[in-house]
Design a protein. Structure first.
Length: 256
């Protein structure tokens, strides 16, 4: 009887731990909330960043219009002198990467020190590293599949990892597009958006435009499965996420 009681107590403890609202994923929600607060100030920041870095590499601002891609490029590359030996394929399409590297060789910008570059990205690194570590701990498969930022934003929109795991893939596919979906459905006759945050995953970004929709749908289905494995599975490994990512890449290549 005592053995049964002990076993029941252990099972109950595991159940409470797994479904506790205080689980680590709430830290991720807080971290992404902090990122969202920072996003409100990012427009001012990115304009200053563009103005500051523009003295060094003015051509980059004309080539890369997206603010996030611009910031990531600066963070990854540092000074323009590093452009030719920096892999930007995770950030920019191949043709844009080639244009950036070609422009860096003939840029008319002034010189700037590595120390200045390091100082501007130091705080971004701290926050990103924290988010990356927490995501790897609580949702390893989701993180491998869609990346730390997209995974964290999906969890934040759902409210928790467990809530995300409860969503069908059709809901995961449009998470983050709710406002646009509601606005377009009520006020216009345009098609409602078919994709939300999942569209910003690196796998989708690396895909040819004509295949982005197909990859987004498939990735949403795999993301839903990955969230369930992370939230409810006993194994904390990343095998499932790696396998699904490999399948997505394979299908993307075959689609060409």
């Amino acid at each position: 009887m005592s053995a049964m009681a002990l076993g029941l107590a252990h099972s109950l403890s595991r159940y409470k731990l797994k479904f506790s609202p205080d689980k680590v994923d709430t830290m991720i929600v807080q971290a992404i909330s902090l990122l969202d607060d920072l996003d409100k100030e990012l427009n001012n920041y990115i304009m200053r960043c563009r103005e500051w870095y523009g003295w060094h590499f003015p051509e980059l601002g004309k080539i890369v219009s997206d603010n996030l891609a611009y910031a990531k490029t600066v963070k990854t590359m540092g000074t323009r002198l590093n452009a030719d030996k920096t892999d930007l394929s995770e950030i920019l399409p191949e043709e844009v990467e080639e244009e950036v590297k070609a422009a860096a060789e003939i840029s008319m910008g002034t010189e700037i020190s590595e120390e200045d570059t390091n100082n501007i990205i130091y705080l971004c690194d701290q926050l990103y590293d924290y988010l990356k570590n927490r995501m790897t701990a609580i949702a390893p498969n989701l993180t491998v599949l869609v990346g730390e930022l997209v995974g964290a934003r999906l969890i934040a929109h759902a409210g928790s990892l467990l809530n995300l795991a409860k969503h069908p893939s059709s809901t995961v596919q449009i998470l983050g597009a709710e406002k646009a979906l509601f606005r377009l459905a009520l006020k216009t006759k345009h098609d409602t958006p078919k994709y939300g945050l999942i569209f910003h995953a690196s796998l989708v970004g690396q895909t040819a435009p004509k295949h982005k929709g197909k990859i987004s749908r498939m990735l949403a289905a795999k993301t839903s499965l990955a969230a369930r494995v992370d939230a409810l599975g006993e194994d904390s490994g990343t095998a499932m996420g790696i396998e699904n990512r490999a399948n997505a890449l394979k299908n993307e290549v075959e689609g060409h």
